[in-house]
Design a protein around this ligand. Structure first.
Ligand SMILES: [Zn+2]
Length: 464
């Protein structure tokens, strides 16, 4: 453990610390004025001293809209000059969400990421290949600073330039890989194509993957491809970035939430009422110690459940389950609500299906049909030449196999269609497309859902 006193703190001591920090936070928010102070006043709160953890559910919430409404610096609780860095996400719809950090915030964030790396088995000197994107996105620099805080050796590979990443992994022999799950698959393909597999002595022992919803089935695929333990990390820029919660390599059955700094609640998405432990609902965080952008009860839109109890690793921090998806990722297909991750679980339960897939919402005839485009595994992995397919739509082999239906009704797709109907009550067309057709993600988050309203199919090889 990087901070055992905090990570293995007895429950009563933790509750006392959280209460004290919550009170200080409320006083700071009131002193800062602005949106959150106004809402606290409306709720009748005039000072932190009158608030306890039991009152949390009565306090006002915040959400992404508040950040947009006050863009870029409106929610600051410190003078603008004390902000030493900004990060953010491009967000859906192109409107950025910007968040600010003081020096103290960066130090806290580094410690949270150092905790995540230590929980994956890293320590001073461990070589960490960091393939999260560096930039406004919090993934790259968050892990980078955490690795330095831990005293590990970080390789700032960032996203993309996969051939160079393969070379670095072969030469530097890192033990830890950090990137999105979809890029881990991409790297696994490229490493296998270069003859580097677990059997030929790949050095990786653990991977810390996040920034996308991913299923245990995807995790299993990554573990086989890369011969490592695939661990989940959770965070969002509004709360601090990666490091809000992470899995330990000892149990690897849920993400320890750093609740000494991030108070977590699970709310009913519709009513905002708190849900009991074990029930799935919307993760909501209160940043207890952040300085520049402290947020009270920030509703993330991410769906998960929490459980308590001491972990075999010794941590007492509660665990959240893997995020199933976001409220706004939910697909509504002919009246059935479904998260893409639920479809992923069914698709990847079939060993013959490659881990890259795309869900196409076919709206061409005014309807809303769902097509799952999958590739069949070829050989050991879905390895196929990477050249020419990183630019989907840019004339990548349009004439070769496109045009005719590529085994649309073979046994495999029929089996999957049947299983999707049984499991999710959903009629999905499963289209097996030629290997390499599903666009791979080199940089940024994977786009697993595409719309098809007119014209050419969004996935080459998908027959109309
Ligand atoms: Zn643990």
């Amino acid at each position: 453990m990087f901070e055992p006193d905090a990570e293995a703190m007895p429950a009563e001591q933790l509750a006392a610390l959280q209460t004290q920090r919550l009170r200080v936070l409320i006083d700071r928010l009131l002193a800062a004025g602005g949106v959150q102070a106004g809402r606290l006043a409306e709720a009748g709160v005039t000072g932190g001293g009158e608030v306890s953890l039991e009152d949390l559910a009565k306090l006002p919430t915040t959400n992404k809209q508040d950040l947009w409404d006050t863009y870029p610096f409106g929610l600051l609780a410190v003078p603008r000059e004390q902000v030493v860095a900004v990060h953010g996400s491009s967000g859906t719809g192109g409107r950025p969400t910007l968040v600010s950090y003081t020096k103290g915030d960066l130090a806290l964030w580094s410690r949270m990421c150092a905790r995540a790396l230590a929980a994956a088995g890293a320590g001073p000197g461990t070589i960490i290949h960091n393939a999260y994107g560096y930039g406004l996105f919090t993934g790259g620099l968050g892990i980078h600073q955490g690795a330095i805080e831990l005293g590990a050796t970080v390789v700032p590979a960032s996203g993309g330039m996969t051939a160079r990443q393969v070379r670095l992994i072969a030469d530097l022999r890192p033990e830890i890989l950090t990137c999105t799950p979809s890029y881990a698959i991409r790297l696994g393909e490229a490493l296998a194509a270069a003859g580097l597999t677990p059997e030929t002595g790949l050095s990786l022992k653990a991977g810390i993957f996040g920034a996308e919803p991913w299923t245990p089935e995807m995790s299993g695929r990554i573990e086989v491809m890369l011969g490592l333990r695939a661990l989940d990390i959770y965070g969002l820029s509004e709360v601090i970035g990666p490091g809000v919660a992470s899995e330990c390599i000892v149990a690897a059955d849920g993400l320890h939430v750093n609740e000494d700094h991030f108070l977590v609640e699970v709310l009913d998405p519709a009513t905002a009422e708190p849900l009991p432990d074990g029930s799935r609902g919307e993760l909501t965080f209160t940043t207890l110690t952040k300085e520049a952008l402290p947020l009270l009860r920030y509703r993330t839109g991410d769906i998960s459940a929490v459980s308590r109890g001491t972990c075999p690793c010794g941590r007492t921090l509660l665990k959240m389950s893997k995020v199933t998806g976001r409220n706004d990722d939910m697909l509504v297909i002919r009246g059935v609500n479904v998260y893409p991750s639920e479809i992923e679980r069914v698709l990847l339960s079939e060993p013959a299906v490659a881990p890259d897939y795309v869900l196409v919402i076919d709206e061409r005839n005014g309807g809303r049909e769902l097509i799952a485009c999958c590739e069949r595994l070829t050989g050991r992995t879905a390895a196929s030449p990477s050249a020419g397919r990183s630019v989907p739509g840019a004339g990548a082999d349009p004439g070769t196999e496109v045009g005719g239906p590529v085994c649309p009704q073979d046994e495999l797709s029929q089996r999957l269609e049947h299983r999707l109907r049984e499991t999710l009550g959903l009629r999905v067309r499963v289209a097996m497309v030629p290997p390499g057709s599903v666009p791979r993600t080199e940089v940024g988050k994977a786009v697993r859902v595409r719309r098809w309203s007119a014209g050419e199919p969004p996935v080459p090889g998908l027959a109309g």
